[in-house]
Design a protein around this ligand. Structure first.
Ligand SMILES: NC(=O)c1ccc[n+]([C@@H]2O[C@H](COP(=O)([O-])OP(=O)(O)OC[C@H]3O[C@@H](n4cnc5c(N)ncnc54)[C@H](OP(=O)(O)O)[C@@H]3O)[C@@H](O)[C@H]2O)c1
Length: 332
């Protein structure tokens, strides 16, 4: 089958090549991939940034998100059958959605939202699950609470704004001038144009911050939180708790302890809870998101679409950090 793969880690590596069709285990569903989407994670995996946490063997087919059609099911699969239209974030241990086919554990899969085409469905899983795992599972965001979602025009931000509004929160976000009106239309109540204003000088008494930007923004975000607030970062630094949950070695746990020591100390001093979230695949959790999409409460946003043959260009585009919504790879 055709796939976009890397033979070694590094910037700009990767090529279109032939790979054997995946082996279908007892709990697996073999899917003909119609569309995938590019995440910053794909670029980071390509560069080798996740080598220690996710030790893949090479050659590695990249790609975490998919939408497609079931072509075969393993002996123990009960919830899916050939012909079903599905979508998923492939489990992190077995990625490879930039390919004509992939075998995915049925627990990671959900039926595709009926109102979406394959491209829009493929843009959803990783970013929507991230937003859910931050806002619902970790923050337990409540109606009337105030949340700051950084980078509201990005893949995670566009989904998180819509989910937070649905949960009844007051939503502030940061973006550049060109995207201000656009993120307001997505539902943001307060938009800080980061080219004109420093968010930490104008926002106060927030309950939750979702940080997807760098260490400087993370630290400044402490200033907008009230005592008892929650600073939740998806861009690091990882915590020892995360290292333990991932089953990482003792030395790696210590590295993560040190990496997050500064922000954990500052957060504690301010009476704020710091958490790092590393999203996970979860088909059951996609179900409530599917319902919100079908009710038109959450609408996916695609910036650009590239054919599989142009995956390298798609990765370069995402690496530039200016995407408005998601970048999709089409195979059909
Ligand atoms: N831990 C996890 O499980 C997890 C899951 C998903 C993503 N992530 C991480 O979260 C980060 C964001 O992911 P993403 O998919 O949302 O990225 P993305 O779609 O590539 O983000 C691009 C957007 O970021 C905005 N942006 C860039 N610099 C900004 C700034 N200083 N202030 C406000 N907005 C800014 C850009 O808007 P402008 O053009 O207007 O600047 C652009 O729309 C990545 O580092 C990714 O690896 C982590």
């Amino acid at each position: 089958m055709k796939a976009f793969l890397i033979d070694r880690y590094g910037k700009n590596t990767g090529r279109l090549g032939e790979m054997p069709s995946p082996i279908v285990g007892a709990h697996d569903v073999l899917i003909e991939v119609h569309a995938s989407s590019v995440n910053v994670l794909d670029a980071k995996i390509r560069q080798g940034d996740f080598k220690l946490i996710l030790p893949y063997s090479l050659p590695l087919v990249l790609g975490n998100d998919l939408a497609g059609v079931v072509v075969e099911v393993g002996a123990q699969v009960s919830r899916f059958k050939p012909g079903d239209e599905v979508y998923a974030r492939a489990p992190e241990t077995r990625i490879g959605t930039f390919a004509e086919r992939i075998a995915v554990d049925e627990n990671a899969l959900a039926r595709k939202p009926a109102n979406l085409d394959m491209a829009h469905a493929a843009s959803i899983p990783l970013v929507a699950l991230t937003a859910w795992q931050v806002l619902v599972e970790t923050a337990h965001l409540q109606p009337g609470q105030k949340v700051l979602i950084h980078a509201g025009s990005g893949g995670v931000g566009t989904l998180a704004i819509q989910l937070a509004k649905h949960l009844g929160a007051f939503v502030a976000t940061t973006t550049s001038t060109a995207n201000v009106e656009w993120v307001k239309a997505l539902g943001a109540d307060r938009v800080i144009d980061y080219t004109q204003q420093n968010f930490e000088n104008v926002l106060h008494d927030y309950d939750v911050v979702l940080n997807s930007l760098g260490a400087d923004v993370l630290e400044k975000s402490l200033k907008v939180l009230k005592r008892g607030g929650q600073l939740i970062s998806i861009s690091g630094p990882p915590t020892p708790q995360f290292a333990r949950e991932q089953g990482l070695s003792w030395p790696l746990q210590q590295v993560m302890r040190l990496l997050s020591l500064g922000i954990r100390r500052k957060a504690r001093k301010q009476g704020v809870r710091y958490a790092f979230v590393f999203m996970r695949a979860d088909g059951a959790q996609l179900q409530p998101l599917t319902e919100l999409i079908e009710a038109a409460i959450i609408t996916p946003v695609i910036d650009r679409t590239f054919p599989l043959e142009h995956t390298a260009q798609a990765l370069t585009y995402v690496e530039q950090g200016r995407a408005r919504g998601k970048v999709v790879i089409t195979l059909k």
